[in-house]
Ligand binder design. Structure first.
Ligand code: XLS
Ligand code: NI
Ligand code: NI
Length: 442
């Protein structure tokens, strides 16, 4: 790689200094090289940086344009700017010690006047990315296509009432899959950008859902035809940008995938803030996916309990993340998924250092939660409590219920002749909440 000027000259590679460190530019809990169960912590947590927020986000909101000005965003040639930006991004990935990154096709290269020109632009930046990946060892966690920013997608992509737009989106995703394969992306995400509706007055809900399913089947077929082995992921979100998104939450996603015979090809990319918007906890969405063996990856961020939109903040809530990590570790981890910081700086956080503080906070929170979750699981108190709470299903008629070997007649007879009235047992919620706090706060 040719030697380029440092884009973050004042910041060195972030070091692990331990929980007592007062250095705001050091890790206190995340030691990427610490060996846990035979592999480094970095390989357990598989942190990823979201290109769109950290290298395309400028702090704009509905009330004003961007506030964040980066030194590398200068010049007149869009391709040269895109390359300089990518150099800055890879310098950041290395300095923050993230092994992975994720991007939408349009994050890394500008759109041209035609699809052919856009694809040529993309090829130039993919070649640049390939070189940077090779030089730094940073890998691609997942790829995706931006099917929501351009005006053509204002009424959706695969669910657009116009088949012409469907066709265009198909061509775009075809290319995005090729790019993801070229760069060794381990997953491919479908977040339903504008796949939903604003009003049912102009919407044929059934046809739109059928079209979305047709689109996903085409993606599965195409991936197979080019030998792309990455895991396909659906990222549910209940609303925003549309009033109602079809992939509302994990449960709706499971029903959709099963209805259309897609369940073998997809898992879920679960985003914390999307769970909140759906009226669920993060843990609920994770457990719902795990229950079907469909947990794939995580978009690690946080919402604001007082706001009803996707604020995409960095998560520093140790309790929320510990509960999530307990669920994830109990299920055996994320496999080829990872923890992608789909999170952005607040509008007034305009310094390059803020990008580091933000990710250090997110990574430390997850690393601490990982350690707490391992301690909780090793102690086994919660697991033992759960086991005991459901023990009546482990033997006898309880077992027969689970195996569906008994029916209403048998159970009716059993109650009348033997069992009689059940003895209620406490759910012990307050005891369990205190037990959880004893791990979090000693
Ligand atoms: C938006 C989504 C998006 C996906 C990738 O809310 O989180 O960023 O993760 O398209
Ligand atoms: Ni996301
Ligand atoms: Ni989101």
């Amino acid at each position: 790689m040719k030697k380029t000027r440092a884009h973050f000259p004042r910041i060195k590679t972030i070091a692990y200094e331990g929980p007592k460190s007062a250095n705001p530019l050091a890790f206190r809990h995340y030691n990427p090289d610490e060996i846990v169960d035979g592999k480094p912590l970095s390989a357990h947590l598989r942190f990823s940086i979201a290109y769109w927020h950290s290298f395309r986000g400028v702090g704009s909101d509905p009330f004003g344009p961007g506030t964040i000005v980066r030194s590398w965003e200068k010049g007149t040639d869009a391709i040269s700017i895109a390359k300089a930006r990518m150099d800055a991004a890879f310098e950041f990935f290395q300095k923050i010690r993230a092994p992975f990154y994720c991007f939408h096709d349009r994050d890394i290269a500008p759109e041209g006047r035609s699809l052919a020109e856009t694809n040529r632009n993309l090829d130039k930046l993919v070649a640049h990315a390939k070189g940077l990946q090779k030089a730094t060892g940073v890998r691609m966690l997942w790829g995706t296509a931006n099917l929501f920013s351009n005006r053509r997608y204002m009424c959706g992509a695969a669910t657009n009432p116009d088949a012409h737009v469907f066709a265009y989106a198909a061509a775009q995703v075809k290319k995005a899959l090729e790019v993801t394969k070229t760069l060794g992306g381990e997953n491919y995400v479908f977040w339903g950008g504008r796949e939903g509706y604003e009003t049912l007055l102009n919407t044929n809900l059934k046809r739109e859902q059928d079209h979305l399913a047709a689109f996903l089947h085409m993606a599965v077929d195409y991936a197979k035809s080019i030998g792309f082995k990455g895991q396909f992921l659906i990222e549910p979100k209940p609303k925003e940008p549309t009033k109602h998104q079809y992939d509302f939450d994990v449960a709706a996603g499971i029903a959709f995938l099963r209805t259309y015979g897609l369940e073998k090809h997809f898992k879920f990319n679960i985003e914390t803030n999307h769970a909140t918007l759906a009226g669920h906890t993060f843990q609920h969405e994770i457990e719902t996916a795990i229950a079907q063996g469909m947990l794939g990856s995580i978009d690690a961020n946080a919402g604001d309990e007082l706001l009803g939109w996707d604020t995409d903040q960095f998560n520093t809530n140790v309790k929320e993340i510990t509960l999530a990590m307990v669920a994830i570790l109990r299920a055996g981890g994320l496999g080829q998924g990872g923890l992608n910081f789909d999170a952005k700086l607040r509008r007034p956080s305009i310094d390059p250092e803020d990008l580091f503080h933000a990710h250090i906070g997110g990574m430390d929170t997850y690393a601490l939660a990982f350690k707490l979750a391992r301690r909780i699981l090793a102690d086994g108190k919660f697991s033992a409590f759960l086991k005991d709470r459901y023990a009546s299903y482990d033997t006898g008629y309880g077992r027969a219920i689970e195996k569906r070997r008994v029916g209403f007649r048998d159970l009716n007879k059993l109650v009348l002749t033997k069992l009689g009235e059940p003895t209620p047992r406490s759910g012990k919620q307050e005891y369990l909440e205190n037990l959880l706090n004893s791990y979090l706060h000693g």
